[in-house]
Each structure stands twice: as C-alpha cells, then as structure tokens.
Design a binder for this molecule. Structure first.
Ligand code: ADP
Ligand code: MG
Length: 246
C-alpha cells in the first residue's frame, strides 16, 4: 500500500530524514515512535504531500511521487497523494466558524464536487461513527478537545482515504479525553483501515500496532512486532526512550 524508498529531507543545513526505506501493507497498523525532533512529523508530512522530499520516492497505491519529478507530473502526483491519505494533527485544526457537520462536508463538496445532499449524508454517518451524531450542529468552541478531535477524524474520513496518518492525535488532550479518541482509532483499525500513527500512547502501540517503528535522528533505528520491540529493544537509543516513557 505504501512504499517509501531512499527518502531524504533537509531543512537548510539540517538533514531531518536520512535515506528512509519503509513499506506498509494494506490494513497494517504501524506505530511510529521516537524522541522529539527525530523526524516523525516530517515523514508523515512527506507521505501526504505537505512536505517535498529532496531525494527518494513515495508510492501510495498506484501513485508515485519521485523527487526527480517536475512540473505538472509532480503537481498531479502530490494532489493524488493528498486524496489517498487522510491526516489528523495534534491540534485538531477545525474551521472555527463552521459547525461539526459543515467541517466534515467542506472537502468532499469543494475538492471532490460531491453533491451537497450526498456529502451531508456521508458526514452524518461519519459523525455517528465517531459518536457525535447529536453534536452535528455545534461549533468547535462548544465541543471538548476529544470531541473536536473526533470531528477531525470524521473530516479526514470524508475524503474516503486509503490510508490514515495520525500525528500525535491525543497529545493535546487531557488524559480523560484521550480514551475516546483512541477508541475511535481502534475501531478504524478493526475495520481494516491502513494506519500510520505517531503517538506516545504505549498501551495503544502494544495493543493495536502490527508493527512498531522506532526513529531517532532521521533514521529508522529499529522496527518489529510490538511484543518484540517492547520486550527486547535492540538499540540503546530505544531502551533509553522506553525508560523515559515508562
Ligand atoms: P518529530 O515529529 O519527530 O518531533 P519533526 O519532523 O517535527 O520531528 O522535526 C524534525 C526536525 O526538523 C527538528 O529538528 C525540527 O526542528 C526540524 N523541522 C521541522 N520542520 C521544519 C521546518 N519547516 N523548517 C525547519 N526545520 C524544521
Ligand atoms: Mg512531531
């Protein structure tokens, strides 16, 4: 489903991703762990075309974005990547002047030209799915952080992506609101959504991930099944990270 080959990314003189190679199978749940500044967000942003890599390639489904591409071929590949990947950020990023329902229908209507009645029907079913059917006419400011993040998940799902990318989706939430967001993510995983999740929720990683990838300093330091990674991390860097998380 996803194939990343020799991906590198620099910001000025700082190399943030160093020759990343990664494949993700359909329906796989990959949890991406690593200390702050290790390049996790940059990797997710490259996967959905928010950042451009300096070298290497990304294939998602049948869409290939290679760093050697230029002009309209590149533009089309980036647009296609965005359509295939849904992204959920730490800071929900809802439109504050739109209701929950309006937040969810905006992209299908404006980007996909979906007829409004159909978009509303889709949005209502997605808001029920994340447990917010009765909040559809509320504005974000009247919703809790956990509810706002669940609207953000429904909004990403409304574009019917093949892959969901989550960048620390619960890091801005009070602990009592984290569970409701993780529950929605578990349900998505059970339904067979392909997901890459950056999180510090170790319990979620242990229980939901098929594979854990540990990054530091722009490199994939190790990866493996969660039962192996958590029981026997191979690198000192990962052991130190896990001690700090405990
Ligand atoms: P993580 O998500 O693992 O904390 P990031 O991918 O956000 O790491 O950042 C990796 C490194 O890249 C950090 O040193 C960060 O300061 C730097 N960085 C990220 N985005 C930018 C940017 N737009 N411009 C300059 N440096 C950036
Ligand atoms: Mg980050």
């Amino acid at each position: 489903m996803i194939e990343v080959a020799n991906l590198s990314k620099r910001f000025d003189t700082l190399t943030v991703l160093k020759d990343i190679n990664l494949s993700v199978r359909a329906k796989e749940i990959v949890v991406l762990l690593g200390p702050s500044g290790s390049g996790k967000s940059t990797l997710l942003r490259c996967l959905n075309g928010l950042e451009e890599a300096d070298a290497g390639s990304i294939r998602v489904g049948s869409v290939l974005l290679d760093s050697s591409m230029t002009g309209s071929a590149k533009k089309n590949a980036i647009r296609a990547l965005r359509g295939l990947t849904g992204m959920v950020f730490q800071s929900f990023n809802l439109f504050p002047h739109l209701t929950a329902l309006e937040n969810v229908i905006t992209a299908p209507v404006t980007v996909k030209n979906m007829p409004k009645p159909q978009a509303i029907e889709l949005a209502e079913s997605l808001l029920s799915k994340v447990g917010l059917a009765e909040k559809k006419h509320e504005y974000p400011s009247r919703l809790s952080g956990g509810q706002q993040q669940r609207v953000a998940i429904a909004r990403a799902l409304a574009m019917q992506p093949q892959i969901m990318l989550f960048d620390e989706p619960t890091s801005a939430l009070d602990p009592e609101l984290t569970g409701e967001v993780l529950l929605v993510m578990r349900q998505l995983a059970e339904e067979g959504m392909t997901m890459i999740v950056v999180t510090h929720e170790m319990k979620f990683a242990q229980e939901v991930a098929n594979r854990v990838i540990f990054m530091s300093e722009g490199i994939i330091q190790e990866e493996g099944a969660p039962e192996h990674f958590f029981a026997q991390p191979q690198t000192e860097r990962a052991r130190k990270f896990l001690r700090q998380m405990a």
